[in-house]
Design a protein around this ligand. Structure first.
Ligand SMILES: [Zn+2]
Length: 195
C-alpha cells in the first residue's frame, strides 16, 4: 500500500528564509541517504542562476521550471529510475495552476510528498498565480515568518528602486535581487505606497 503523501505550501514574504528552510529539508533527507528532486524557477537572472541559494550561504543545484515544463513527467521518470523521498520546489509562486495540479498528482497518485516554498503576494499585494493555486489546493499551509521594521509580522513585499523609493507600478515579475524588496507589515506597506 502506498503511503499517503501530502502537498505542502510554505509561504512567506521576502527574506523569511524560504530557501534556507528548503535546503535544510533537502540536507536532512540527504543525510539519511534519501533522494530528493529539487526545482526552482528558470526566470531568475541573479548570480547562481539555476541553483537554489540562501542568504546564509547554503546552495544547491536544482532543475529549472518555466511555464511549459512538465514537472510531473520529469519527476515520475526520476522516481522510476530510483525512488524519490520528496520533491522540493523553490520560487513556487511562479508555478502555473496546471503545474500545481501536476504536483498534487505526484502526491496523490505517485505517493511522493511535495514541499513548495514561495511568496504569497507580489509588490502590489496581489496573489501570484502559483501561490493562489497552492493556497487553494495544498493539504498543508505553513507560514514562514519574517519581521517588519516595527516588530510586527512582515506579510507584504514592497518593491523599491535603486534609491530605496517605493515602486507602485510595473510587471509582477521583475527580479533584481533581494535588495529590491523590503518585507513590511501591511500598515507600513500601505503607508509606503501612500495609502
Ligand atoms: Zn511595520
Amino acid at each position: 500500500m502506498r503511503r499517503l503523501a501530502k502537498l505542502y505550501f510554505y509561504y512567506a514574504s521576502m527574506n523569511a528564509g524560504k530557501s534556507s528552510n528548503l535546503l535544510q529539508a533537502a540536507f536532512n533527507y540527504g543525510e539519511r541517504d534519501m533522494r530528493v528532486s529539487l526545482w526552482t524557477a528558470a526566470i531568475d537572472d541573479r548570480p547562481g542562476f539555476g541553483a537554489i541559494s540562501s542568504r546564509i550561504g547554503l546552495s544547491s543545484d536544482a532543475h529549472r521550471f518555466d511555464a511549459s515544463t512538465d514537472i510531473e513527467g520529469h519527476v515520475l521518470r526520476e522516481h522510476g529510475e530510483e525512488p524519490l523521498a520528496c520533491v522540493l520546489v523553490d520560487e513556487a509562486q511562479f508555478l502555473t495552476r496546471d503545474q500545481v495540479w501536476q504536483l498534487a498528482r505526484l502526491a496523490d497518485k505517485g505517493g511522493i510528498p511535495v514541499l513548495c516554498y514561495g511568496l504569497r503576494t507580489d509588490f502590489q499585494g496581489e496573489l501570484f498565480p502559483g501561490s493562489a493555486a497552492l493556497l487553494g489546493i495544498a493539504d498543508s499551509l505553513v507560514e514562514l515568518k519574517s519581521v517588519c521594521k516595527c516588530g510586527r509580522k512582515a506579510t507584504m513585499n514592497l518593491r523599491v528602486d535603486e534609491a530605496g523609493r517605493a515602486v507602485k507600478a510595473g510587471a509582477q515579475t521583475e527580479i533584481g535581487g533581494n535588495d529590491r524588496y523590503v518585507a513590511l507589515c501591511r500598515k507600513h506597506f500601505s503607508e509606503a505606497l501612500g495609502g
